[in-house]
Design a protein around this ligand. Structure first.
Ligand code: DAH
Length: 348
């Protein structure tokens, strides 16, 4: 019996010395310690021995089992550690490799111009408000002193959605009426509304069927044209530089009286005359005027008490002038060659 135990022990040790992976190790464990293995076989042969011998060999067999088990466990630990190290080695990241370059985006220049005006006017106490792009005829025209059938409507080439009731707004001016109605004829108003507008225009370098306007409205007591001039001057200087001069020319809008076109001095030729300003030294950038008494009245503000001014910039026109873009379609065709012309440092 002793010899048999010794020979099994030797056999197992030899096998364990050769083992190189966990699967082999597991096979050895089942082969020698399993129910049909040689150690189990020896244990069952104990039955035929005397009590003394049972005690002696029982202990020997137990020792054998414990020592084989612990050897297998320690080899298992060693193999697992080796496998983990191999895995870590294969997954090592080489931090000295050059990184993939992620291109940095730039703010859309149209948005940038709008934000610049928003920030400036917010610092002067204006609220930035929103209005619907699908608008009622009532707000887009009637409240603004442009009744049905009035020839001033023709200039706006409106997209109608439902008879003469619902339309795609042709200007951001309806937001004037909506804001005044909310004020209920009581509170002063300072608001700007940047937003999309739509007209049945054929797209070309200076026209787009969808474009962006920035509406401005101030209603308070004792407001005069010189307040409008001062405000426009601040906006123009912020956008086009401190040496930018401004002027008003008489104009006509149904919802303002008097109405003006606002001009800035040409920043390209400094007023001496060039192709950008068509040799006049001046560039027109918006329409504006004093809010018409009918509009104030329509929207619940008594023109005997309240007065105000309004203005409407074409956002693309401002951006085109500021960044030297000569085709309005560049804003909407998402041609990356155009978009990438302006990187962050050009814009900020
Ligand atoms: N809504 C006008 C247009 O689309 C622009 C405009 C002119 C807006 C004068 C105003 C204004 O608020 O006072 O042509």
């Amino acid at each position: 019996m002793k010899e048999k135990v010794n020979s099994i022990q030797n056999e197992i040790e030899q096998e364990l010395n050769k083992v190189t992976d966990l699967k082999e190790l597991n096979d050895i464990r089942t082969r020698y310690l399993g129910k049909k293995g040689p150690i189990a076989e020896l244990s069952s042969s104990l039955a035929s021995l005397s009590i003394e011998e049972k005690k002696e060999f029982g202990a020997i067999l137990n020792n054998l089992k414990t020592s084989v088990n612990s050897k297998i466990d320690s080899i298992k630990n060693k193999l697992e550690m080796e496998e983990l190290n191999k895995k870590l080695e294969s997954e090592k990241i080489d931090i000295s490799l050059p990184a993939t370059k992620i291109p940095v985006g730039a703010p859309n220049i149209l948005e940038r111009v709008v934000e610049e005006i928003e920030e400036l006017l917010m610092s002067m106490g204006y609220d930035v408000v929103d209005g619907p792009e699908i608008e009622e005829d009532k707000f887009n025209f009637e409240m603004l002193n442009i009744p049905k059938g009035h020839p001033a409507r023709d200039a706006q080439d409106t997209f109608y959605i439902e008879d003469e009731k619902i339309l795609l707004r042709s200007q951001t001016s309806p937001v004037q009426a909506r804001t005044m109605l909310k004020g209920e004829g009581k509170t002063p108003i300072r608001m700007i509304c940047p937003g999309k507008t739509y007209r049945r225009d054929d797209d070309d370098a200076t026209h787009s069927h969808q474009f962006m306007q920035i509406e401005g409205l101030l209603v308070d007591k004792d407001i005069s044209l010189s307040d409008l001039k001062g405000t426009f001057d601040v906006i123009a200087k912020k956008l086009f530089g401190e040496d930018c001069k401004t002027r008003f020319r008489p104009s006509y809008y149904q919802f303002t009286e008097p109405s003006v076109e606002t001009d800035i001095s040409c920043f390209a030729c400094k007023g001496t005359g060039c192709s950008l300003c068509k040799n006049t030294g001046w560039i027109t950038v918006s329409g504006a005027g004093m809010v018409h008494p009918n509009v104030l009245r329509n929207c619940g503000y008594d023109p005997e008490v309240w007065s105000g001014f309004a203005f409407g910039f074409g956002a693309e026109r401002l951006a085109m002038l500021k960044y030297g873009i000569n085709d309005i379609r560049a804003f909407y065709q998402t041609d990356l060659r155009e978009v990438n012309t302006f990187d962050r440092k050009d814009v900020d």
